[in-house]
Design a protein around this ligand. Structure first.
Ligand code: FUC
Length: 748
């Protein structure tokens, strides 16, 4: 059996976070347990959030002049007190104040047998078809269950079949809600309704059973299935959330569920399944990766493979599986017409998940989409782009109320209620670069795909308005540099006169985020042939923006002043933004700055959470050091990964998984705005032979690469005829021009 793209296990899951298997259609998702006697399918719908839209504190900006004054006098402690105790509203954090948290929707339980014994039990998830399965033998019969979340049909489907022997299926199905006030109604027509309300939402899940042979009846507290050869459970779930409305409400969610389920009437299960597989695999299969292994371990259960890997064994196919699992998770939690992937993608089994399982954009949300374009998932990226666009409305008010500035602003995090303002404590809540960093997604979607009308209609207006905020917010310091002040460097602190502080008049990451945004605004304006007072202001500001500062030990300064780090091993690597995720500092052109980045990174230690380790893969890849990048590939897989391949250190966050995928892609291929393509910039000697197809390069190219014995064999660049660029492999560099055939072949 070929398990190259299959995760599989010989027992049911006993734990949500470490063992259950995720399925999702971008909008609804589920975790599959596969218990023999009783199966559990925990499910989510992406808009089920607590909280509500919040009001800003009007004219909060009145403190700004005083704060700036204190900072310019190096009264950092006083400035920070003013920010934390007066400027930022202390109430605006946590559920009590109305900030939303992602909620669990409920569970489907299906009881089929009296006991858990089974032979030849296998629970698996095939990443390329996005179908999970449970198979086993019991009492001489063979049982199969399939689970998938269909994007075209917009339902979760669970199918039970018994395929040999004379036994027919007799089962009980119950639905449990995630909230105490939920009302569950079992109906004679073989349906179950789950109805409930939260502070600013009404919601409903609706389950329908379709039996083959046999019957379904209502027991009052369960649906009973009798004597079926097979039965299928379809689940639709929705809330009345409506992103376009002022109050975020208004969707006719009960009618929606009804029409989703009614649309399935008369359609055979096989058709629903094959349409799902066709839809999912059309996206997933665009990018394939093979790395040769000395020993084939693909018929060993995934949890045992992970154990072997942890003990030091090599398993490149497992690395590839984890790479593809990131792509699987992104497709399953972020589709064209959905909300973007939150901190846990779309999967969550509690009403109080860590960090509310929201959208955090001082690293987490951003990292979620690092693999979107390069691994050929641009259609998943659009969910993030639409969400960012939707933040502009409240972001304009945040800019006005908190900074007396134009444009739009977003700080560090948002729920689904348009939260953009700074909040609580400056160490995490005053993330000045928030909206600028979000604009990286806006730009990269253009940068990779080069769609002129997207640039004109969507990207440039969002970026321009974000830049307008920074043009207003930047102040000139006594050294003549423009800096964003007050500011803090994401969640890190320094020591000043014995005190642990974080507020500063200028931080490295903000300078680079603003520089990147300004550079991209000018590029966009040039393409769109726009030259006006805005572009002039941006040009002037760019010339005075604070550059990367290095101290006398050759380390990059995280803050404008050369402060001592309070936590030298801090998880955030904000000082490195100029190298990655931005492309401002090309290490080949600026080896001295690259050297400083490297030294500062090493001084930061090994990384202590999943995403921080995953980030290091991309950074070392940008530094073109394959062995170091690979060190963190191994470290991530051996230290952070649960049996279900979720990044669970410290708890499940999808960012680590997706950052891992982005890192591997960065090791295989890099590209830039000027259409320079670097082939295999950072592959380790361990990966001596392999093949990748369908990676995307900036400039609207798709690239296939084959290598053997640590040497490139062939690369094919697919693109529009007459498109040109350059290819670099080690120290060989050549220009290319795509011929009529749409394919340029590069053979060494
Ligand atoms: C930031 C990080 C944390 C965590 C959280 C969701 O606060 O510093 O490590 O990832 O986001």
């Amino acid at each position: 059996m070929n398990h190259t793209l299959t995760m599989f296990y010989d027992k049911p899951a006993s734990n949500w976070e470490n063992e259950a298997l995720p399925i999702g259609n971008g909008r609804i998702g589920a975790m599959i347990f596969g218990g023999v006697a009783t199966d559990r399918i925990q499910f989510n719908e992406e808009t089920l959030f607590s909280g509500k839209p919040l009001q800003n504190e009007k004219e909060a900006y009145r403190y700004l002049n005083k704060i700036r004054q204190l900072l310019s006098e190096k009264k950092f402690s006083e400035a920070q007190k003013l920010v934390d105790q007066e400027y930022l509203e202390l109430s605006a954090y946590g559920d009590v104040s109305g900030f939303g948290k992602y909620q669990t929707f409920g569970d489907i339980f299906i009881s089929l047998h009296q006991d858990d014994t089974a032979e030849n039990y296998m629970r698996k998830l095939d990443l390329s078809s996005a179908v999970a399965e449970v198979c086993y033998h019991k009492d001489g019969c063979s049982y199969t269950r399939s689970y998938f979340a269909s994007h075209p049909a917009d339902v979760i489907a669970v199918r039970y079949e018994v395929s040999s022997g004379n036994i027919l299926l007799n089962a009980k199905i119950t639905l449990a809600g995630g909230h105490s006030g939920d009302i569950i109604t079992y109906r004679d027509d073989g349906e179950i309704f789950l109805d409930g309300s939260l502070e600013n939402l009404d919601y409903q899940a609706r389950l329908r059973v379709v039996c083959e042979g046999g019957s379904v009846s209502n027991m009052g507290n369960a649906l009973e299935i009798k004597d079926c050869v097979s039965f299928t459970v379809y689940l639709s779930a929705s809330t009345d959330y409506l992103p376009e409305s002022d109050h975020y409400r208004g969707k006719d969610f009960t009618r929606f569920n009804q029409s989703v389920l009614d649309a399935l009437n008369g359609i055979p299960y096989e058709q629903i399944r094959s349409e799902h597989i066709a839809d999912f695999s059309a996206i997933f299969n665009k990018n394939t990766l093979f790395i040769s292994d000395r020993e084939n371990k693909s018929d060993i259960p995934t949890d045992c493979r992970i154990e072997k890997y942890k003990s030091g064994e090599t398993d490149h196919s497992l690395e590839v599986l984890l790479y593809q699992y990131g792509r699987y998770q992104l497709i399953s939690s972020s589709r064209n017409n959905t909300l973007p992937a939150n901190l846990q993608g779309i999967w969550n089994d509690t009403n109080d998940p860590n960090w509310g399982s929201i959208f955090c954009y001082n690293i987490n949300f951003n990292m979620n989409y690092w693999c979107a374009e390069n691994t050929n998932l641009a259609e998943c990226h659009t969910a993030a782009i639409r969400f960012i666009d939707s933040l502009r409305k409240s972001g304009r008010k945040a800019a006005e109320d908190y900074f007396d500035a134009g444009g739009w602003f977003a700080s560090k995090k948002s729920d689904i209620w348009g939260f953009t303002r700074p909040y609580a404590k400056s160490v995490y809540g005053l993330c000045v670069g928030g909206s600028g960093w979000l604009c990286q997604d806006i730009w990269e979607h253009y940068n990779f795909n080069r769609n002129y009308s997207y640039l004109r209609q969507t990207a440039f207006p969002i970026m321009r308005e974000a830049a307008e905020f920074y043009l207003d917010y930047l102040t000139e310091n006594s050294d003549g540099y423009l800096v964003a002040s007050p500011a803090s460097s994401p969640e890190n602190s320094y020591i000043y006169k014995g005190e642990k502080l974080n507020l500063c008049d200028g931080v490295e990451i903000d300078s680079r985020i603003i520089e990147e945004l300004f550079v991209n605004c000018l590029r966009a304006a040039k393409i769109l042939k726009i030259s006006d007072s805005f572009t002039e202001k941006v040009q002037n500001a760019l010339a005075k923006l604070c550059p990367v500062k290095m101290n006398e030990n050759g380390l990059v300064q995280e803050w404008y002043h050369d402060f001592e780090q309070a936590e030298p091993n801090h998880r955030h690597l904000s000082f490195i933004y100029g190298l990655h995720p931005s492309q401002l500092v090309n290490p080949q052109k600026y080896p001295q700055i690259a050297q400083a980045y490297q030294k500062t990174l090493l001084a930061r230690g090994e990384g202590n959470v999943g995403w921080s380790i995953a980030w290091r893969i991309s950074i070392w890849a940008r530094l073109m050091q394959g062995e170091n990048a690979y060190k963190y590939v191994r470290q991530f897989l051996s230290q952070r990964i649960a049996d279900n391949l979720f990044d669970v250190e410290p708890t499940y966050q999808i960012d680590g998984n997706l950052g891992f995928t982005a890192g591997i892609a960065e090791m295989l291929l890099q590209s830039d705005f000027d259409r320079n393509i670097i082939l295999l910039p950072a592959i380790p000697t361990e990966w001596d032979t392999g093949k990748v197809q369908g990676l995307r390069a900036r400039g609207n190219f798709t690239v296939d690469i084959e290598w053997s014995n640590n040497t490139l064999v062939r690369a094919v660049i697919h693109g529009d005829s007459n498109a040109s660029g350059s290819i670099q492999y080690k120290n060989i560099k050549t220009n290319f021009l795509i011929p009529e055939s749409g394919k340029f072949e590069f053979i060494l």
